[in-house]
Design a protein around this ligand. Structure first.
Ligand SMILES: *Cc1c(COP(=O)(O)O)cnc(C)c1O
Length: 404
């Protein structure tokens, strides 16, 4: 049985619209991984048959990931996930840099894996510029260029934002980085499998991936490192991954990442259009049937699966809980910041007031969502919003002149 099927068992037909937090494992990925957890259990560094079987599995995955990115297999380093890849890229470049290159440029809307790493650098005496974004949630390359100093060593800008889905102009920023001879890193965790990825076109030197955001397993990812790029490693140990990442390889996970990358390459053309159709239907349905809702981000420059909506007169966390009770999973902001009282740094960066940020909901769709699920959600959602608003002290009638 497909492992995701377990979630669907039981009385309630649950609907999962939180694919930017994590995705269900695809059945073909599960099938590809299984042998490496059972008979092909060897250590990929061993010279005997067991080792060679494991090594062959990991090397096939390296080719599959390279193909997803239009890179060479030798430029792919396997890691424990997106967070490690981001840390390895940023700390690795700064750690290997000359002493007079102590400035990094990034943006205000990065994932915490980049943002917190940049803040850690600041505590170690490296200066960091956090470039602001406008209300669309897209960085202006001119602002990135303006932030550059003679001592800038690295620019790190995410490809697709995890909360808004907005796609950043990496090609343009890559040109700027190349002209100024500055390393360029992109966190592409949220774009992989959703839009085409080509490290040559994007002009990146380093690029982060995570398997569990593209229907692969958790706890494994990759860092693309352009040939000739010198990084200081985060950890010390054996000679794995050509001395770029020590530790016995997570072979089953790596094989899963490879299979997920392979499926993404094969499915992208069909899936992106299909998922965009579902997302647009869900979004249009909500905007039509629920008053006081506004879309966040840039409709024209976003990945096909994400919509982020601010519901006036609504407390986001209460809404997520009420929807969950009806079997529908969505989220406020990102999974990484839920549980914190702070409003989303991304939504405040695009100009939302804290109470608007707290009233914002992300629906992120994926490969296993269906049109019926969107219909079922649109049947339930308006009434849930109405019920919650009815007890809000500030909410009056939908017919009065409203501002959100
Ligand atoms: C999820 C995510 C990460 C972290 O990846 P993990 O594999 O969960 O560590 C990094 N960046 C972005 C944009 C993400 O969405």
């Amino acid at each position: 049985m497909h492992p995701g099927g377990a979630v669907l068992q039981g009385k309630m037909n649950r609907i999962y619209f939180d694919n930017n937090a994590t995705t269900p494992l695809a059945p073909e990925v599960f099938d590809a991984m299984c042998p490496y957890m059972v008979e092909d259990f060897g250590n990929a560094s061993s010279i005997h048959w067991y080792g060679q079987r494991a090594k062959a599995g990991a090397e096939k995955a390296r080719e599959q990931v390279a193909k997803l990115l239009n890179a060479r297999p030798s430029e792919i380093v396997f890691t424990s996930g997106g967070t490690e890849s981001d840390n390895a890229a940023i700390l690795g470049i700064v750690g290997a840099a000359r002493a007079d290159r102590r400035h990094v440029v990034t943006t205000a809307i990065e994932h915490p894996a980049v943002l917190s790493t940049a803040k850690a650098l600041e505590r170690h005496g490296i200066s960091v510029t956090f470039v602001r974004v406008g209300s669309s949630g897209v960085v202006d390359p001119a602002d990135v260029a303006a932030a550059i100093r003679p001592e800038t060593v690295l620019i790190s800008v995410m490809h697709a934002n995890n909360e808004l889905g907005t796609i950043q102009p990496l090609e343009h920023i890559g040109q700027i980085a190349r002209e100024r001879d500055i390393y360029f890193h992109a966190d592409a965790v949220q774009s992989a499998g959703k839009i085409p990825l080509d490290v040559q076109k994007l002009g990146v030197d380093l690029l982060s991936l995570s398997a569990h955001k593209l229907n692969g397993p958790k706890g494994v990812g990759a860092l693309y490192v352009r040939k000739g790029t010198i990084l200081r490693t985060l950890m010390h140990g054996g000679h794995h991954e050509r001395d770029r990442r020590p530790g016995t390889e997570n072979v089953a996970g790596i094989v899963g990442l490879g299979a997920a990358a392979d499926a993404a390459v094969g499915n992208l053309a069909d899936e992106s259009g299909r998922v965009a159709g579902l997302r647009d239907k869900l979004e249009a349905g909500i905007l039509t049937h629920v008053p006081y809702v506004a879309m966040n981000g840039d409709r024209a420059h976003r990945v096909p699966n994400t919509t982020n909506l601010t519901f006036g007169y609504l407390e986001g966390e209460g809404f997520v809980i009420a929807m969950d009770l009806r079997g529908i999973a969505c989220s406020t902001g990102s999974a990484c910041s839920s549980g914190s009282l702070e409003p989303s740094h991304v939504l405040t960066a695009i100009g939302l007031r804290p109470e608007q940020a707290r009233a914002s909901i992300r629906f992120s769709l994926g490969r296993f969502n269906t049109s019926e699920e969107v219909d079922a959600t649109l049947q339930i959602l308006p009434a849930v919003v109405e019920q919650l608003r009815a007890v809000s002290p500030h909410y009056h009638a939908p017919t009065t002149a409203g501002k959100r």
